[in-house]
Write a protein that binds this ligand. Structure first.
Ligand SMILES: [Zn+2]
Length: 553
């Protein structure tokens, strides 16, 4: 064995290896970890050609892996009119105006990422946009993608007037006089969106590379893209495939191919073809995304007992299960047999139960598989369903940033879920206690893709300090469901690696695994848990190659 290419010394190493949690040095050769030990163990291996990375008292971890993320859309947003990092209506208007002035030739102002709680009732007006962009259409989806903010020019192009009826799957926000006021909900967004230019192949590719670079800057070395191959908004499958073949893809990616809920089992042949043609190198489109329900804030998440109204009285609304439960069972059984993993969007308790029932049906028909089907979001789980994750081998794929008191939770969710259901939200510790495998992801660009902020909330069940502007009550959100730091880190490394079938080669710092590692500027274990989100990633490596170094950008 020759000299290592690279050694990491002079810091703490948290391995996420059950056999040995802590070390002080790591050696890398040919992209693989060749030694994990003390400083002197590792220094003794070094030769004249070995590069020495001084951790400077920081912490080396396995690279983070995001089990549910949309990096191409997030990257495109960053290249367009990006509102994600602003918080107030005034900031949004200023940013839109600045972007429009600096991009005089762009025919449409696109991008998005505004927060509902910056506007009264969550519905911004067209007048705010008309002031800064009178000449061109503006179409800006909000952070969760379930509502869009438009100006008068966009309403005109969409043909939306006071006489336009609401579409069956959406709503046009109107003022007291009945005029469209500038916010389009759910399916009504399409009235404008279908006229907006679809990003071409070059733009999608640029979006992917921008998204990847941003994820690497936050320590993310692998992920599952939660929607690939949905042609209606641009071809990210082609972008991944091209990046994998050209060598531009530095992250390890499993793609979740989009299940078209308006079609039936006949689409399986198309998905098989996409898997065969799209996969290469670090990119594997081997999962299928089935969106089983919507979100709580607009009552499209699928619940067992009806939502309450603003006065606390029961309504007759149980939300929407997008795929009929018997068809869901058939589809999952067939996909499982074809070797696909299923990645469910299952947000509220009826969708969760239907998704688990479908996994159970596949197991009963096909026998045990190693598909590692997983349910993402899991905002509300009926307590009786929690043990079923372990029983069925279904992975709980959670987005921890949402498990805190903030206005969307306190004003738009808790009153409408009611007692005791609101206390069933984000039951991370209950899942772990039941023996479930936990994976974590961000759902960027809905939320920040910063794993340290996500882990901060998983551990504290409070928003990170940067988000406190949107918090009224600084209470801990359902304190019994807090995780300890090792469990949260394991979920964001080994747990997500397990989902992506990469746990044998990544997810922990162990000899023989790929040197996909991240350096954080401090030991997270040596400080108060309230400080987790203050830590910063300083370096990120994939197979021992640097893909991010702080200060290089
Ligand atoms: Zn998502």
């Amino acid at each position: 064995m020759g000299q290592p290419d690279l050694i990491f010394v002079n810091g703490d190493v948290y391995t996420v290896d059950a056999a040995r949690r802590w070390a002080r040095g790591v050696a890398v050769q040919g992209g693989r970890i060749t030694a994990v030990g003390t400083d002197s163990d590792v220094r003794d291996l070094a030769g004249p050609a070995t590069q020495v990375v001084d951790l400077m008292g920081g912490l080396l971890l396995p690279g983070f892996q995001d089990a549910h993320v949309h990096p191409v859309g997030g990257g495109l947003d960053r290249l367009q009119c990006d509102l994600h990092f602003l918080n107030t209506a005034a900031d949004y208007v200023e940013a839109v105006g600045t972007y429009a002035r600096s991009h005089p030739d762009v025919p449409w102002i696109l991008g998005g990422g505004w927060a509902m709680d910056a506007f009264p009732g969550g519905t911004p007006s067209k007048e705010l946009l008309d002031e800064v962009v009178p000449d061109r259409p503006v179409f800006l989806p909000n952070r969760d993608g379930h509502g869009g903010w438009v100006n008068s020019a966009a309403l005109k192009i969409g043909g939306i007037t006071r006489d336009t009826p609401d579409p069956g799957d959406g709503r046009i926000e109107r003022d007291a006089q009945g005029e469209p006021s500038g916010t389009l909900h759910e399916g009504a967004m399409e009235l404008v969106g279908r006229h907006a230019p679809i990003p071409d192949a070059e733009q999608m590719y640029a979006g992917l590379l921008e998204g990847q670079a941003y994820l690497h800057s936050l320590g993310v070395t692998g992920w599952q893209d939660a929607i690939v191959g949905a042609q209606s908004w641009g071809d990210n499958l082609e972008a991944y495939s091209r990046a994998a073949r050209s060598g531009d893809l530095t992250g390890r990616v499993v793609g979740a191919l989009w299940w078209d809920r308006h079609r039936g089992l006949e689409q399986v042949q198309d998905l098989i073809a996409q898997r065969r043609e799209g996969g290469y190198g670090r990119f594997a489109p081997t999962s299928i995304k089935i969106m089983q329900d919507g979100v709580c804030e607009n009552f499209t998440a699928s619940v067992l007992e009806p939502y309450l109204d603003a006065d606390g009285n029961a309504t007759d609304n149980r939300g929407i299960s997008f795929v009929e439960p018997e068809l869901l069972k058939e589809a999952v059984t067939r996909l499982d047999r074809e070797g696909f993993q299923v990645h469910f969007h299952a947000l509220a308790e009826r969708a969760v139960r239907e998704s688990l029932d479908a996994v159970e049906a596949a197991l009963a028909t096909n026998g045990p598989s190693d598909r590692r089907h997983h349910l993402a979001h899991l905002q509300v789980i009926h307590p009786q369903d929690i043990p079923r994750f372990r029983e069925l081998g279904a992975v709980a794929n959670v987005q921890p940033l949402w498990a805190a008191h903030e206005s969307q939770m306190d004003d738009l969710t808790i009153p409408f879920l009611g007692e005791p259901r609101w206390t069933w939200q984000y039951p991370f510790a209950s899942l772990v206690r039941s023996g479930a495998t936990l994976a974590m992801g961000s759902d960027w660009s809905v939320s920040t893709p910063n794993p340290l902020e996500e882990i901060h909330v998983a551990v504290n069940r409070q928003m990170p300090p940067d988000y406190l502007y949107q918090v009224d009550a600084h209470d801990t959100f359902i304190p019994d469901e807090r995780l300890d730091l090792p469990t949260a880190i394991a979920a964001f490394t080994m747990g997500s690696a397990f989902v992506n079938h990469l746990d044998a080669v990544t997810g922990s710092v162990e000899v023989g695994k790929f040197a996909d590692v991240v350096v954080v500027d401090r030991n997270l274990f040596a400080q108060a848990t309230e400080e987790i989100a203050s830590a910063r990633v300083t370096r990120t490596y994939v197979e021992g190659e640097p893909v991010y170094a702080a200060g290089d950008a």
